[in-house]
Ligand binder design. Sequence first.
Ligand code: FES
Length: 258
Amino acid sequence: MPAHSSSQFDVGISRRRLIKHIVAGTAVSSVLGRPWLASLIADCTPVQAGAGILRVKLSEFPALQNDGGAVRLSLNPFVASSTSVTPFYPVLINRVAAGNFVGLSSRCTHMGCVVSAYDEGSGGCLCQCHGSLFAIDGRRLSGPANSALTKYRLFFDGVDQLCIEIPGLGFSVTPSVADSPVGPRIRLQFAARRNVNYEIHYRKSISEAGIVVTFSKTQDGTATETVLTPTSNGTATIFVDRPDGSGFYSVSIQTLEE
Ligand code: FES
């Protein structure tokens, strides 16, 4: 993940879990009237309109250090082996060989259950609903599914970073000035999805690492919240304090390694 990602280790469970994030919302300049229309990092600009980019640092995932290694990153809560509760299915990242990675949707092409991460022992990515099995590159191997898993466009910088382009995940963020008795603020509005965890990141210049900033859901409330989890689809409106006249805000989606 990029330097501006946050991570959290949750020991005490059998598998390591990491909170990551996708920079999905277009970054906006706090100098209003100059919306930052490009993606945050030029070499990861989505090719498809509306796509979001999941950035993954290989060094943060021991499972991806070896051929046949795999991780599954969820973009939102879901019930294992059932269909996803939001439009975003977990993303499978498999290492086929050194420098050869694939990014796949975990949506089973039979009836939409969430397939497991690739496992050499079980011979592939297994769907536990009706037993479909998919190869490390997403090809259908057996079972009632009759087509391959959806493969995402993936870029590898040859060193440590993967960029995985996920259709439909991107969205724009609309900024505006908000006068508030608590001080200068910026209102950020974006199309939010139910059950997805959003964070707001701030960076003083585009080349700096971003930090998670607190926000308020009301114009005059104290900015103490760090995660927004809408209960329904619709336009989200949040307010961030504006420390000075420069900098960039972006909206990120938390992801979880399972
Ligand atoms: S939904 Fe995956 S095999 Fe049926």
